[in-house]
Design a protein. Sequence first.
Length: 220
Amino acid sequence: KPLAVIFDLDGVVTDTAHLHFLAWQRIAHEIGIAIDEQINEQLKGISRMGSLERILRSGGAEHRYSAQDKHRLAERKNAFYVASLQQLNPGSVLPGIAALLEELHRQDVRVGLASVSLNAPRILEALGLVEQFDFCADASRIQRSKPDPEIFIAACAGLGVAPANCIGIEDAQAGIESINASGMLSVGIGVQLLNADLLLPDTAQLNWPLLQTFWLTQHS
Ligand code: G16
Ligand code: MG
């Protein structure tokens, strides 16, 4: 069996993508850029500054702002986003996740978090899941965002488990690439992801027997 399972946060443990979108939409509107849910897909798993750069580019405004302006916009977006996190509670955990976390602990499988969100600790707190994670990679100490494997490798290192003994779970294409490059097995959540070693339509399908069977199939 795997020695550890490492989770992405947004899109796997809870759905904060819509809250990110609403906060970005507000900022974009203020500077005269219209964004729709389609661009939101491209922002999943992408860092805060990386997301802002993509939004500015989509409005042809990438050269209109200084580095300082961009920092101010990103900070303003984060203030809206953090305020909206107040709606999160234990009921906001995606289907199947709470039961899987409990079963992993019963099975003595280590549990890690690999989120690029600087708000990850407060989100886990709001969801009542702090105790369920043996180690959370610190997004502020990551040099290279997903699809680089750095954050998943940091989560493995913090758990003291080699990537070859881990499963990573992601809902974003950049995240699947990050897991694959780290040497872990990848589980994708969603229908449009490429290159996941196992692809499931949603988190409700996730459970320990399925992960165990998947692991055995990959190692036979
Ligand atoms: C999440 C979201 C991204 C967001 C990023 C940074 O990543 O998917 O849309 O831009 O975190 O978040 P923050 O602005 O809170 O630092 P993940 O890795 O949890 O999917
Ligand atoms: Mg995600």
